[in-house]
Ligand binder design. Sequence first.
Ligand SMILES: *Cc1c(COP(=O)(O)O)cnc(C)c1O
Length: 360
Amino acid sequence: MERIYNFSAGPAVLPQEVLEQARDEMLNWQGCGMSVMEMSHRGKEFMGIAAQAEADLRELMAIPANYKVLFLQGGASTQFAMVPMNLLRGKKSADYVNTGEWSKKAIKEAKKFGAVNVVASSEDANFSYAPTQDKWKLDSDAAYVHYTPNETIGGVEFNWIPETSGVPLVADMSSNILSRVIDVSKFGLIYAGAQKNIGPAGLTIVIVRDDLIGETIAGTPSMMDYKIHAENESMYNTPPTYGIYMAGLVFRWLKHNGGLVKMEANNVAKAKLLYDCLDASNFYHCPTAKENRSRMNVPFTLKDAALDEAFLKEAKARGLVQLKGHRSVGGMRASIYNAMPIDGVKALVALMNDFEKSHG
Ligand SMILES: *Cc1c(COP(=O)(O)O)cnc(C)c1O
């Protein structure tokens, strides 16, 4: 069967080798006679799978020992509430940076639990850039500082880590986790839905410094309490077992393919191909500021929006799908996560060049 190139923002492309291994192990995982989906989450087989997945993630990201790794459910959207519920810790307010649609949602949810100070925003320029640190009006008394290192919809990525002078830094890394090398010790908490750069939807990863948990706001449900999940090693209730297994296969794939150093180099090369094509053309336009262009999500418009349908049709005919831009932005968006092979990006660039020749 032919595989297509899937540029979806999420759920997104997974490495073919990982899907093949999952297929091979589907009915009978490593000789145990059952599928991972059928295993008790408290049995030794699954406990081993989960422990290995966590160990591999720790190794890949060099996560320090004083950080907990949690495998949760509810998506990044649930973290928009869990973060304030757990990290306000008696403080009055939290600082948020507003760089787009996902920041806005995080801010809206946090306001249900405390005061939110929007300390920097790029709304003035339609969220096309990331405000530099000198523009941030941080409050040294804030419970934490929240930002979105990669805005999946606007295609705006921070290429630097904010300095918050001891106030815990919280990052929604849903769409760029594992795409580059980062220093985890600079963060208080990192969260990510799995369905963009890790595995299937249904799994959410939280990496949290252990001194920040255990002081939830009154009335916090057990399922929303990081401490309870940490004490129970993410098995307080039934975790998303198959998602954890798939994430574990992806982590191993990353390790076998050079880890995050190699991934980052690949991602730089893939993004360069696409942005170079956009820059060389007057037919296509990329709305994001050059210094904040995302390596993961590349939005662009055609000179004439009336050509969008024809472009998408031609793309589909060549086996390139899910290129339609988010409804709030229009145009196109190519998501080129870790698992998108460079040949997929080359095929997209070839399409863009041919389409410009025939319609430009
Ligand atoms: C997709 C996405 C979300 C929402 O994730 P869900 O898992 O659907 O809740 C939040 N933040 C960012 C940056 C995203 O890309």
